[in-house]
Design a protein around this ligand. Structure first.
Ligand SMILES: [Zn+2]
Length: 428
């Protein structure tokens, strides 16, 4: 006699099957837009690639063949200026929206939201997917509003419904997905029938950030090794794109650079905490303090100033690094900023590094005036000039540039400006 299978087991099997299928195929957004309008079909294509933590000077220093060739036949800026603070989430979302973090709201990898009365954490899936944290109109939402199909193999913001919109095709972030699989998917998207074919594709590769954090950007052997592997992946993508003969414009950016940090220069966050007077949000290069009701802000600052040692304490409005006096309440009233070359972490993490005999790592997050924080902007395709270089460009300018290429409306409230960047485009 066959034993009856317990229903719990059936549920478990069904859950794991649906989980596996999530990993192997992209989610199709439920918003309804699955086809390009007739006008969108005629538009060119943009692939926006983020190479996390790719410092401005890596290509010149190491000369990876495919990227070097790409730049020679396209455009490059001297460097890409990150928005403050030069952290991953704020900057990816600045690239996606054309706004400074103060305006788009993702002001740190971790921050306290007064509206939500919760602390956003970029490692918390529920919050990452909660669209109400994200301001602005990300570039894929702008495409959607223009009846244009978009796709994302990872980008900050792409997993959440922002203004009720996600990219037409998108994935939940999974760092274990190989670069090759991401590129193969991009090629699959480009080979879809023209009605379903996305005209905007975002891709994300973490390689340079991973290696930069682990070994520090001065470890030439490790940096070069990771760079050349990534360069090969990009070479495969360039080749694949060329074989489609479609009018594809490839834009390559990074969110920030990287600087070396001796592990001796970590500062213990515990030394500045005081949970009865204020809560502390630690982003390493910037620590935001939120005084509790009834706490005296000036008294807190006076007390912390006495402790200043490789860090400084400011009222938020006076903190160096901001592009303008910040208006967003979520910064909190007080900022503690380590000196350049110092970084806050927990006592536990600092001790773990000492035990593991780690002497140097890579960090970022400092003000954009520090050149090591600068990223990259390269582009190539039918919309771009050939062999053209320009000076530094702010990362908030990438958004209006993509809008211009895809003929999408540029929202009036963004911080970036097409005027600052349009010299890279062919005039005809
Ligand atoms: Zn990053």
């Amino acid at each position: 006699m066959i034993k009856r299978i317990p229903w719990q087991l059936i549920v478990l099997v069904l859950i794991s099957i649906s989980f596996l299928s999530c990993k192997s195929s992209s989610h199709v957004s439920e918003q309804g837009l699955t086809q390009n309008s007739k006008a969108s079909i005629k538009k060119p294509y943009v692939i926006l690639i983020s190479l996390d933590g790719f410092r401005w000077d890596y290509v010149d220093k190491y000369k990876p063949p495919h990227l070097t060739n790409f730049i020679e036949n396209g455009i490059q800026s001297e460097y890409l200026t990150p928005s403050f603070p030069s952290k991953t989430f704020p900057n990816h979302y600045s690239i996606a929206t054309g706004m400074y973090p103060d305006k788009h709201g993702i002001i740190g990898n971790t921050f306290y939201s007064y509206k939500k009365e919760r602390t956003y954490e970029n490692r918390n899936r529920e919050m990452v997917e909660d669209g109400s944290f994200y301001g602005g109109s990300p570039i894929w939402a702008q495409a959607d509003k223009s009846q244009m199909v978009s796709a994302s193999y990872f980008f900050v913001g792409s997993e959440s419904k922002i203004q009720d919109i996600r990219p037409t095709y998108y994935y939940r972030y999974d760092g274990a997905v190989k670069n090759e699989a991401r590129i193969a998917q991009a090629m699959t998207w480009l080979s879809l029938p023209e009605k379903e074919r996305p005209h905007l594709i975002t891709l994300y590769f973490s390689d340079m950030d991973d290696v930069g954090h682990r070994y520090g950007p001065s470890n030439e052997v490790k940096i070069k090794q990771a760079l050349f592997k990534l360069d090969q992946n990009l070479g495969d993508l360039f080749k694949g794109v060329k074989s489609t003969a479609l009018p594809v414009n490839i834009i390559i950016v990074s969110d920030h650079g990287m600087s070396d940090l001796s592990t001796k220069n970590f500062l213990e966050i515990e030394t500045i905490k005081n949970d009865s007077l204020y809560s502390t949000i630690d982003n390493g290069s910037l620590v935001s303090l939120h005084p509790k009701k009834g706490s005296n802000i000036d008294a807190i600052i006076r007390n912390l100033k006495k402790k200043e040692h490789h860090f400084k304490v400011y009222k938020t409005a006076d903190t160096p690094g901001f592009e303008y006096v910040p208006k967003n309440k979520d910064w909190g009233a007080i900022q503690v900023q380590p000196d350049y070359g110092y970084y806050f972490s927990t006592k536990g993490k600092i001790e773990t590094m000492k035990t593991a005999a780690i002497h140097s790592v890579g960090v970022h997050g400092y003000g954009p005036e520090h050149k090591d924080m600068a990223g990259i902007f390269y582009a190539k395709g039918p919309a771009f000039k050939k062999g053209f270089s320009l000076g530094a460009i702010r990362n908030i300018e990438i958004y209006p540039l993509i809008c211009e290429i895809l003929n999408l409306e540029i929202p009036r409230d963004i911080d970036g400006s097409l005027e600052m960047i349009k010299s890279v485009l062919k005039t005809e």
